[in-house]
Design a binder for this molecule. Sequence first.
Ligand code: SF4
Ligand code: SF4
Length: 285
Amino acid sequence: MSKLQANISGIIKSSVIDGPGNRMVIFFQECNLNCMYCHNSHTIGLCNLCGTCVDTCPTNSLQIDSENQQIIHDVNTCNRCDKCLEICPENSSPFYKQMSVENIISEIHEVKDFISGITVSGGEVMLHAPFLKLLFQKIRSNSELKHLSILIDSNGNINQEKWDSLLPYIDGVMLDIKAYSVDIHKQITGYSNEKILNSVAYLNLKNKLCELRFVLVPNYNNDEIEIMNIANLMKSVSPSVRKTLIKMRNHGIRKEFAYLKEPNEDEMIHAKSILTQSDLDILVI
Ligand code: SF4
Ligand code: SF4
């Protein structure tokens, strides 16, 4: 049995929105971007056992387990109020669990006959490349799991060698581009997009990029020059890569970013018209 463990924030046994077909989705904790519009901000950080959520929980469903350095969550008394997620100063959650590769393989076995593939997502899943490599090797070498396709849902903010370690095992990568301009990217995510642009080019070169998505955020990345630059980036990759324009939705984002305005219909149409001027086939979500 491998000693490798990863922090898993959730597993969905069946999803039709995380890639083609019916897929099991495994969500990893921790991210290396801090997007203003993140809808799962409790997956960005790691728990440091500060106890704030334990004191806040109205149903006393949380306890610190000092010996095992984790939070114990009583699902029977929890009323899913999410107060623990809202209060956490680390953008973390008391709910994620450490799992081994073998734990995940056994979860996949439970649904293997009903799914067409698995998608690993986050947080930023590429922060766990050694764990993923072992997981994917085990899937590929297991005759009962060989029919499953493997997709990675990533922000792309990772070095090329991490991709090299995983590309032999995967079918493709779905990648977000938050902004083309470095300054705008820093405003939206807190970080540069240099590695992300390199990832787009590299994955396209290796025929492993399957989807490139752009989330429209009014007053940040919706000026004409910015969208033209995104259009040129989308144009630079293979026509077979699915290109998606996504409407930023502010439901569920952190209170400090509640001022963010969702794009209206005219703004979506305008953005799509700029993207399609370059003969791009754009899916709007
Ligand atoms: S989940 Fe957040 S609030 Fe709760 S103990 Fe961990 S760091 Fe503190
Ligand atoms: S979601 Fe559950 S564990 Fe979290 S504060 Fe509410 S009752 Fe407590």
